[in-house]
Design a protein around this ligand. Sequence first.
Ligand code: T3D
Length: 263
Amino acid sequence: MTEEAILQTREPGWAMITLNRPDRLNAFNRAMHGALADALAALDADESCRAVLLTGAGRGFCAGQDLSDLDAGDGPPDLGDTIERFYNPLIRRLRGMTKPVVCAVNGIAAGAGANVALACDIVLAARSAKFVQAFSKIGLVPDSGGTWFLPRLVGDARARALMLLAEPVTAEQAEGWGMIWRAVDDAALLAEARALTVRLAAMPTQGLALTRQALTQSGANTLDAQLDLERDFQRQAGRTPDYAEGVRAFLEKRSPMFTGRKA
Ligand code: T3D
């Protein structure tokens, strides 16, 4: 029987996806791409799921593209086609999700695996984990949004050196450089990531979605455009039941009970 390329666990209000090709350090083949795309699309559409946790099985998070999964055709492969069909839709999906995505980097995150992690909203990494922009070692260009995310997170000097030299970054360095949210003890990673996901799942989901969109769009906007966007998004947030509940709960001096519903 073939192993499933991803595992999925549903919990009340949230879901966990585990990349599940541990013998290949969870490198992407087509089956894993397909299963992950289907799972994310279904969770995105499911209003009862208000946060998602992504992690990897075994000792790695994800080693990027499975380098043994090559097209058998004549001549050089068209890697642009792989990017167009699989990696770009994955990154667009992660960034466009209507709920936050937490990434628990349990071990090495290399190549596209590193950049998939960086595309998530909040990244926790086990202290033993490392991030490697492995592309230059095999003559490739960083993909999966890496050339967009990394300089914004760590600055141009560090991004350039990391991408040209393919030097590994430890979880603690990544935290110190602002590349990820937090490095945690290996044994505590999953419990901390689950607790964070549970916490996000109980928050005002629509407001969080608008906040995530505003942050993504700020990269390309002028201050003026961003001020307009904040006005428009605040107008939308102010019409959600969770805003009404948040204010009511504050005035009544009790904890809010958010539903995440649009109306
Ligand atoms: O379509 C396209 O190609 C375009 C898209 C490209 C996107 C990309 O992600 S390109 C970058 C691809 N990834 C890499 O270049 C990373 C390759 N892997 C490594 O450099 C190392 O494996 C690691 C630094 C990630 C980890 O090293 P280490 O020493 O901890 O583990 P290992 O022994 O190298 O790997 C363990 C097993 O996983 C091993 O198999 P074996 O010998 O036990 O049967 C190894 O071959 C396998 N593995 C690791 N990474 C990949 C892989 N198999 C296939 N593809 C991989 N990417």
